[in-house]
Ligand binder design. Structure first.
Ligand code: AMP
Ligand code: TRP
Length: 333
């Protein structure tokens, strides 16, 4: 059986990278896979400080974005992580399966903890174990994510393998990452060598899903570029990270590829390309944003979706967790 699981953190500033690299791809998956779970991972969010009021609002915002993008809450399970206790319970067991040496190699921890890792939370360090629990609590087989999560998914496979080995049963599946689309790594608008991120201190580095039309156009106009015209072939983008990023965004929004975009704009300068990109971005994002706003004004509806999703998720995870507890040797009623 094939089952999809993926998650987004409700840490605010949901951006174009999250949309093009993750949420939008999930919309297509719901037609291909019968069984999809999409989770707002609030337990992951608090690995760095979140104002409680903001966390509630951001949880609803991510859920609204999923629904607005076209993920159907009736056909899929949309929920927030903290409502299903199996995630935290299984994560503890995985804390005892994963090795320190494995976690020491995680580049995202190094990036997020920065120089002062003594002051990072223990949760931030153990984060990938919780991610393994998210996926394996449902024995999910396929996990759609952006490039940045590849290493974490390798760790999930290691954890599943060690658990199966230690407890002598092929219990957990080996999960397959699904990294697809033209925008697996959308870069900052200010620096083509760092990825677009919720936590970048410069708001101009990203297009937020809550930005209005003028904001989107302004940020694209101000995006860093180089003085050269666009090349006619993809190779010509080598060594031009900012140009490559904008062309990649255009291709993703237009549902085409980089070659086709260069076929149209090759030889033209950014003076012509940026306004075209701004128009395209506004026309593609506005409908989703309008629906997001409508949903965020209907808090009761969003909360109901999350609650109903959590009940379904709970049903799925409970029996798997019981089997794990039996394998581990936990006495149960
Ligand atoms: P996060 O913002 O870390 O909660 O990420 C949620 C999802 O968006 C994950 O699948 C990430 O891989 C994806 N994602 C985050 N940032 C980017 C980006 N700049 N480009 C493409 N995908 C991204
Ligand atoms: N770590 C992911 C991110 O930061 C979010 C996430 C948490 C996730 N649990 C997951 C993604 C399980 C896929 C599957 O983007």
């Amino acid at each position: 059986m094939k089952r999809i699981f993926s998650g987004v953190q409700p840490t605010g500033n949901l951006h174009l990278g999250n949309y093009l690299g993750a949420i939008r791809n999930w919309v297509h998956l719901q037609d291909e896979f019968e069984d999809c779970l999409f989770c707002v991972v609030d337990l992951h969010a608090i690995t760095v400080w979140q104002e409680p009021k903001d966390l509630v609002a951001n949880t609803r915002e991510v859920a609204a974005a999923m629904i607005a993008a076209g993920i159907d809450p009736k056909r899929n399970v949309i929920f927030n992580q903290s409502q299903v206790s199996a995630h935290a319970e299984l994560a503890w067991i995985f804390n005892c399966v994963a090795r320190l040496g494995w976690l020491d190699r995680m580049t995202q921890f190094k990036e997020k903890a920065g120089k002062d890792k003594e002051r990072a939370s223990v949760g931030l360090y153990a984060y990938p174990n919780l991610m393994a629990a998210d996926i394996l609590a449902y024995k999910a087989t396929h996990v759609p994510v952006g490039e940045d999560q590849k290493q974490h998914l390798e760790l999930v496979r290691d954890i599943a393998q060690k658990f199966n080995h230690d407890y002598g049963q092929e219990f957990f599946p080996q999960v397959e990452p699904l990294i697809f689309g033209t925008a697996t790594r959308v870069m900052s608008l200010k620096d083509g060598s760092s990825k677009m991120s919720k936590s970048d201190s410069s708001d101009n580095s990203r297009i937020n899903m809550t930005d209005d039309i003028d904001g989107i156009a302004r940020k694209i106009k101000k995006a860093k570029t180089d003085p050269e015209p666009l090349p006619s072939e993809a190779q010509g983008l080598d060594g031009r990270p900012e140009a490559a990023n904008l062309v990649g965004i255009y291709a993703a929004l237009a549902d085409t590829d980089v070659e086709a975009v260069l076929g149209e704009f090759g030889g033209q300068g950014f003076g012509a390309f940026k306004p075209a990109l701004a128009d395209l971005a506004v026309s593609k994002l506005s409908p989703v944003q309008d629906e997001m706003r409508r949903l965020m004004d209907d808090v009761a509806h969003v909360d109901n979706v999350l609650h109903a999703g959590a009940e379904r998720a709970n049903d799925l995870a409970a029996s798997i967790l019981e089997e794990v507890q039996d394998l581990v040797g936990f006495l149960r009623p």
